[in-house]
Design a protein around this ligand. Structure first.
Ligand SMILES: Nc1ncnc2c1ncn2[C@@H]1O[C@H](COP(=O)(O)OP(=O)(O)OP(=O)(O)O)[C@@H](O)[C@H]1O
Ligand SMILES: [Mg+2]
Length: 312
């Protein structure tokens, strides 16, 4: 059983203004496996929050279906097993961290005798213990997000949805949130997070999907999406007559950079070995061979730009 299965979801918002329609999701399908951290990426307005809201039953789809932990999203009982940190959440300023969590404990049906313990456990987990009795009006953005995370974990959920969990949080706070997410994952919780902070998602997610204009553009492990298996960098130890060397490769694209590194584009392993043989025959010493890695950001930008060009 998968944690989430999304089948051809379409959401068209109808606005009251001049009957304008916005297609927020367009035939969108996705699978999130149990126990993984899944990152959904997309620029502003891509449809990320709409997807979460549909999965949580806050917004209804125009067409398509989805299941959460094996049950259709229309089954309200499933909500007992999930947690949610909304985007731009706001808690009343006059409450303390403890009072806020008490409120959510009641909403989550935590047994009264366990409430105190559960609140202490969660505050500890998000490193907020010393702010237990402090009013929210004194909290920084990072503290608000960590309290929001604690709230989302109140019912010990099997699956947790986080909409922009590190939005507005400084690098130290982001690292702390990543640590909390990894602890959660290690305890068996499935995590689905939305973000436009690519490097964040790259660091924490097992698998990611990139979406734009309501459509899925790419999906896979971070490793798969960021390594291009046909592109290698060969670092050489000695200087050589590069003209002579480069001339001997007809169709294979090889570029030399100033630091004696050859950028090689091959179609398969055989071709890579052919290149290596040639280089060695020319008396050149090879120091290292490595697969060329792209950052998730590079992939993201090229996918979004390709799509925008296609729309024109
Ligand atoms: N209630 C609504 N009524 C009309 N249009 C809406 C509504 N909610 C969202 N939209 C539109 O649907 C599209 C997708 O919005 P959504 O909030 O899902 O994007 P997002 O990927 O979460 O963006 P962000 O990164 O800014 O949070 C946008 O064009 C948005 O303007
Ligand atoms: Mg959003």
């Amino acid at each position: 059983m998968n944690a989430i299965e999304v089948n051809q979801l379409t959401k068209i918002y109808k606005t009251s203004k001049k009957n304008i329609e916005v297609t927020a999701l367009n035939n969108f399908s996705l699978i999130v496996k149990k126990g993984e951290i899944f990152g959904l990426l997309g620029p502003n307005g891509a449809g990320k929050t709409t997807l979460i809201k549909i999965l949580l039953g806050i917004v209804f789809p125009t067409s398509g279906s989805a299941t959460i932990l094996g049950s259709p999203i229309s089954d309200f009982r499933i909500k007992q097993k999930i947690g949610f940190l909304p985007e731009n959440h706001k808690f009343p300023n006059y409450l303390t961290a403890e009072q806020t969590l008490k409120y959510f404990a009641q909403l989550s049906n935590v047994e009264i005798k366990n409430v105190g313990l559960q609140i202490d456990k969660l505050l500890e987990l998000v490193k907020m213990t010393k702010w237990k009795k402090t009013k929210i009006s004194k909290f920084s953005k990072g503290m608000m997000q960590r309290l929001g995370l604690a709230q989302a974990m109140m019912n010990n959920p099997e699956l947790i949805f986080l909409d922009e969990p590190t939005d507005g949080v400084d690098p130290i706070g982001r690292k702390e949130i990543r640590d909390v997410l990894n602890d959660l994952k290690n305890s068996g919780t499935t995590i689905f997070l939305n973000s436009h902070l690519l490097s964040e998602v790259e660091l924490v997610s097992d698998r990611v999907a990139i979406m734009n204009s309501g459509k899925l553009l790419k999906e896979g492990t971070v490793e798969d999406l960021t390594t291009s298996k046909e592109s290698y960098i060969i670092e050489t130890a000695s200087n050589f007559d590069n003209n002579l060397l480069l001339e001997s490769f007809d169709n294979i694209s090889i570029k030399l950079d100033p630091a004696n590194k050859l950028n090689v584009n091959v179609k398969d392993n055989l071709e890579l070995n052919f290149v290596i043989d040639k280089i060695r025959k020319a008396g050149v010493n090879i120091k290292t061979i490595s697969i060329q890695k792209h950052s998730l950001e590079e992939l993201f930008m090229s996918l979004i730009n390709d799509e925008r060009r296609g729309e024109k």
